[in-house]
Each structure stands twice: as C-alpha cells, then as structure tokens.
Design a protein around this ligand. Structure first.
Ligand code: CA
Length: 520
C-alpha cells in the first residue's frame, strides 16, 4: 500500500487511465503520505573532505579547500541524489558528546553527555528520562533499530555472560552492554559500547546474546542491516515504518595495518606517496602519524562500499522511494594537519566539519547547501522531515530545518554561526572518579571565520585564542591576533555570547571571560 500511495499523485497529474478498483478505496483518496522509513548511517572519524565528489564539479566550487584523494564511488553517486551539506559541524567533536546531541537534540550541557563515556566518569551518560529521537519515532508507530557502536551508556558491572562484572577488564572501562531498559525505544539491538579491533568486533543482540565476529566490522554490520531490511526473521513489523541507526566504527584508529582495513582497499592507496595522499596545505607528512594515511583512506573506501551495498539492498527491496537516508559522521580527523596528534576535539576544520548528506526521493531536491548545521539540529530536522514536526520534545535545543530543506524557504532566520565546545574532566571524588566537567574552550564558526577561546582550569582566565579567516585561509595556517581584527572579533564575540545564552552554557551562567564576551 505504501507504494500505491506514493504513485497516486503522479497518476493524477499525468491523467493516466482510471485507477483500478483495488486502489480506489480509502487509501486511494487519502492525501496523507505514508510515513517514510529513516536510515541514519554514521561512521565515526570521517572528515568532510574524505568524500571523492568534493574534488569534482559541481561540488568543488562549494568548498575552498582540496578534497582528499579518496575513492568513494557510492557516495559520489549518492551525492547526486541528495542534499549535500558543505557546512555541517560536530560542535563537540568527540564520540559521546556528539552522539548525545544527535539523539537528544540538546547541547552537551543538557544532553547528559558532556564528555566521552567511560567508567571513570559515572555522571556522564545518556539519562534514561531524556526523550531521544528513537523514543519519538518509537512512540509514533516506528520500529527502531540500532546497529554498531553506541558509546552513550555508562559501563556498569552488568555483563550478561558474567553477572556482577564489567564486559571488559581494564580501568577505566570503555566498552559497555546496554540492557533493554536503557535502549530508548530501539526494539532491535545489535550493538556495543566502544571497541576498536576492527576485524574482531563483537555485539550484543536484542536478547543480550554476545556475538564474536571475525570480519571487518562495517561489512558485518551492513549484513545485519540488510537482514533487517529483508525482514526474513521477523526483525520488524512490516506494517510499520522503521528508523535505523547504523554507527560504523571505521574510519577510526587504529589505522596501521591490514588488520584495520580490507586489503583490496589498501591496494588503492599503498603506492601513493604521503604527499599525494595528504594534500591539505596544513598537513605534516613528517609526522609519525602520516603513515596512517593509506589505511585511513582505505577504511573510507571500505565504508563507501558497504554503504553502497546497503543502498543497493534498499533498491532491490523497493524501499528507496519511501526512505530518508542520511550519511554523516561523529566528527572528523586531523590526519597530521596542524601537526597535532589529537584526531578530534579541536576547533580545526578537519575535526569539526563532517559529511552530511540527506536523500529523500521526490521530496528533497538534490543540491549543495551551505546551511550551518549543528549536532543538536539533526534530531528535530529528521523528525520534521518524517512529518512528525509537532512531536519534537519541548526541551530540544536544536533547530528543525525540515521546512527549509523541503521548500527552500526558512520558517525562521537561518543560523549565522555554530558553537564549538571543548570540555575536559572537572573535579574528582575521593575515589578518583570524575564528578563534573570543565568547559575549557568555547568558540563560534561562521561562514568566514573561526574564533575560539580557552581558559585556565584554576583561574578561569584566558589561556589561548584561535582566530582564523577561513574564507581567505581555508587551512587555518595563520592564527590571527584578536586585536588586529577588532570589528570582526566584536561580531564573533556577539554571536558567541548569544549562542552561549541560548543554550544556557556554563560560560553564560558563570559569565566566564565577561570582560571579553558581551553577555547580556
Ligand atoms: Ca568518535
């Protein structure tokens, strides 16, 4: 019936023969479109430039830096069918804080997840009572599936195979088993907390059974996703739409050997020089990390192939037309840029700028958009695109851009800037457990500039500034002095103050650097 509903308007417009009796019933006269399925695929550490199409027109002229020399035929084709965001940003570019915002539509100070989740930070975990994107879809008649890395649930001694023990024996514990009562509406589960052995992954299924796999994780996860789409084992109710999140760990370190990627993909890059692979003007090919480049891009190409396999399965099942598909990532990867070893958690474009492509056939006109998208905007926008805009929880802080994406007309002014946030561990209790977070750096990114301010943990005084003229210096080679750009800095600080107030950030509440930031 879903297919018939989709086809009806076109039959009417073209004035084709009278509708057959079987579609002239109740469904045939309904103007309500069937609810779309939603698939959200997000590899972990994939930077925006690591998609091949950015090197070709019409895409290349929408960015002012070089695309990576990466082979991604499936994403290149998908881009032609999608809205491609040039300016989607991971506001807190590390795993758990981004994921907290992605699921709740809130900034990390509200989502419950300001830091990466592990057992040393017991306060830092997705709260049971937050209403997530999956809760909303589940309550509105969807089946919800989570496949892959979760990294939002605090590791506790709840190993289903070894009750009273953690699922791993290190300190702090990173990996986690998420029991049914903490799954936020996901009724199909095939997931783990965090684990980085790419060819020996493991997962806990809906019933809590652990699966040890000896296969590259994205390949296995797409197999599970395709089984879910085919629904051979009754994984979902065929009469309901579904919402599926797929978090592939690659690209994610380690990127150091054939244990980390598929050999066929590595072979595409192994004969290239580091200079040919690391094309950004700020890359440092003398760093030890530079040797990771062929493995990193091999992981990207492998992810692309698996994404293509998922899309092909959708096609063959006739689900493409009524399924919103998003390709995104957690955050980027510096990969020797700026000479830093930290892959993420910095205000540099390589860390913050992420892929974001949305395909909704017949509804979203394929194009490139410069819309500044923040992590918390994703949840309300996807709910909005699915026709459930009035179901967005009140406490959501992100913007619903569905109308703008569907019609090209914004229902409210479009953002001129996005926040950058870096949190560090705060106070510890007598057992050494972290009990708070320290909001070390706050900044804004506009179409033209990046500004970020870091403070000292003790004195809360200004410690470091970042100011880049991204429009003229896309590789952020020159950290400018604030005093040399008074007008620009005044505008950026005004934006920063407004955003910090809007999200009720600790900097606003404590009026941090109030001599500099013009809080109201
Ligand atoms: Ca991550």
């Amino acid at each position: 019936m879903i297919q018939i509903n989709k086809v009806l308007p076109y039959l009417g417009i073209i004035g084709l023969l009278p509708l057959p009796a079987c579609v002239q019933g109740e469904k045939a006269t309904s103007q309500e479109p069937a609810s779309p399925n939603v698939i959200y695929v997000f590899p972990d550490q994939m930077r925006n430039s690591a998609m091949g199409f950015w090197s070709n027109e019409p895409y290349a002229s929408h960015i002012n830096y070089k695309g990576d020399p990466v082979i991604t035929p499936n994403l290149d084709k998908f881009a032609d069918e999608a809205v491609v965001f040039s300016s989607a940003y991971s506001n807190t570019p590390i795993s758990s804080p981004h994921r907290g915002s992605l699921l709740t539509g809130m900034y990390p100070n509200k989502s419950g997840v300001p830091l990466n989740v592990n057992s040393s930070r017991p306060f830092n975990s997705l709260p049971d009572d937050h209403v997530t994107i999956s809760d909303v879809f589940s309550r509105n008649g969807y089946n919800c599936a989570y496949i892959g890395k979760y990294h939002l649930d605090l590791p506790t001694p709840n190993d289903p195979d070894n009750p009273g023990h953690y699922v791993e024996g290190r300190d702090p514990v990173w990996d986690a088993y998420t029991p049914p009562e903490k799954r936020h509406g996901f009724d199909f589960w095939y997931s783990y907390g965090t684990f980085d052995v790419h060819k020996k992954p493991h997962y806990w299924d809906t019933e809590g059974k652990r699966h040890e796999i000896r296969e590259w994780s994205p390949k296995h996860e797409v197999d599970i996703a395709i089984e879910y789409l085919v629904n051979q084992k009754g994984q979902r109710d065929d009469s309901k739409p579904f919402f599926m999140m797929m978090s592939m760990n690659p690209p994610h370190h380690p990127y150091s050997s054939l244990d980390d990627c598929m050999e066929e993909d590595y072979n595409l890059y192994k004969d290239k020089t580091l200079g040919e692979l690391l094309v950004r003007d700020n890359a440092d090919t003398t760093m030890q990390k530079a040797a990771s480049a062929p493995y990193y891009f091999a992981q990207v190409t492998g992810v692309d192939r698996e994404f293509g396999r998922l899309l092909a399965a959708l096609d063959s099942l006739g689900l493409t037309d009524n399924t919103i598909v998003v390709f995104a990532s957690d955050h980027g990867e510096t990969m020797t840029s700026h000479g830093v070893n930290d892959a993420k958690n910095s205000p540099y474009t390589e860390a913050t700028s992420t892929p974001f492509l949305v395909r909704y056939p017949g509804k979203l006109e394929p194009r490139v958009t410069p819309l500044l998208l923040s992590s918390p905007d994703i949840m309300p926008t996807l709910i909005g695109l699915s026709g459930l805009g009035n179901m967005i929880p009140e406490e959501v802080q992100g913007e619903n851009f569905a109308d703008y994406l569907l019609t090209g007309n914004p229902s409210s002014p479009l953002p001129q800037s996005v926040l950058y946030l870096r949190n560090l561990d705060g106070d510890r209790d007598e057992n050494g457990k972290v009990v708070s977070y320290f909001p070390e750096t706050r900044g804004v990114k506009t179409a033209n500039y990046t500004l970020a301010l870091s403070i000292d943990q003790e004195s809360k005084s200004l410690q470091q500034t970042y100011l880049f003229h991204d429009a003229e210096d896309p590789y952020q080679l020159n950290n400018l002095s604030l005093s040399d750009y008074p007008e620009e800095v005044a505008y950026l600080l005004e934006e920063l103050a407004q955003l910090l107030e809007k999200v009720e950030d600790p900097w606003y509440k404590e009026k941090i650097l109030s001599d500099l930031v013009p809080y109201k």
